[in-house]
Write a protein that binds this ligand. Structure first.
Ligand code: CA
Length: 221
């Protein structure tokens, strides 16, 4: 899951970005409207966390533009403006949720998850495939009841497959969901991670979990 954080405050931005990365989200951080606009135009995001008071404009205008141009993913406004009027305005412009500052990071993450769950066709918080079980709330993975230790990127990669079991996923789609920048897409980084995942996730029946589709991508089978 890839999230764009739009926040100009250095410390707060870092704090939110770090909290999300610790939970295996792929995160890009934009500190002004221009950068946020570029990010969203360049790369698909699953959700946006949006501050309103930005150095080169207002987050509400940014949001209005995005909605007009067909960006449909969830947007959560995180703002110090916390009157009822402010919230109503934000929601009317197209925000899906509004969290006033100061906030608890646990609440922020919980709300974000709930927004993305609503958006996704997959509503469960526990994903299962063959003997593999992924608990998105507890952030754990089990194979046939045995806990599996994965790094943050490995977890994110596995989640993309679990959300799309049986579907052939292109290299571009996978890379865009896992890495924040486009620079990584053309490298063999994805193959490196796939081979690690294959080594770690071994099924009891010995049948492979991932199928390589030559020239296209990978499939969870
Ligand atoms: Ca601000």
């Amino acid at each position: 899951m890839k999230i764009l954080v739009v926040e100009d405050q250095e410390r707060l931005g870092q704090f939110v970005v770090q909290a999300l990365r610790e939970r295996s989200y792929t995160v890009s951080w934009a500190q002004n409207c221009t950068r946020a606009r570029d990010e969203l135009a360049q790369s698909p995001y699953d959700a946006v966390i949006l501050d309103l008071g930005l150095p080169d404009g207002d987050g509400l205008d940014l949001l209005a533009q995005w909605r007009q141009t067909g960006f449909n993913e969830p947007v959560l406004i995180l703002s110090a403006r916390d009157t009822v009027d402010d919230r109503v305005k934000g929601l009317n412009v197209g925000a899906d949720d509004y969290l006033p500052k100061p906030f608890s990071v646990e609440e922020l993450v919980a709300r974000l998850r709930s927004l993305m769950r609503r958006q996704s066709s997959v509503k469960q918080t526990v994903l299962e495939h063959r003997g593999l079980k992924m608990d998105l709330l507890r952030h754990t993975v089990q194979v046939d009841g045995q806990a599996l230790e994965l790094t943050s990127r490995e977890y994110a990669l596995l989640e993309v497959f679990m959300q799309n079991a049986g579907r052939i996923l292109t290299r571009t789609l996978i890379s865009e969901k896992i890495w924040a920048s486009h620079y990584d897409v053309d490298t063999n980084l994805l193959d490196v991670y796939m081979s690690r995942l294959r080594q770690k996730v071994v099924m009891a029946d010995g049948r492979p979990l991932f199928k390589t589709v030559r020239g296209v991508g990978y499939q969870l089978v």
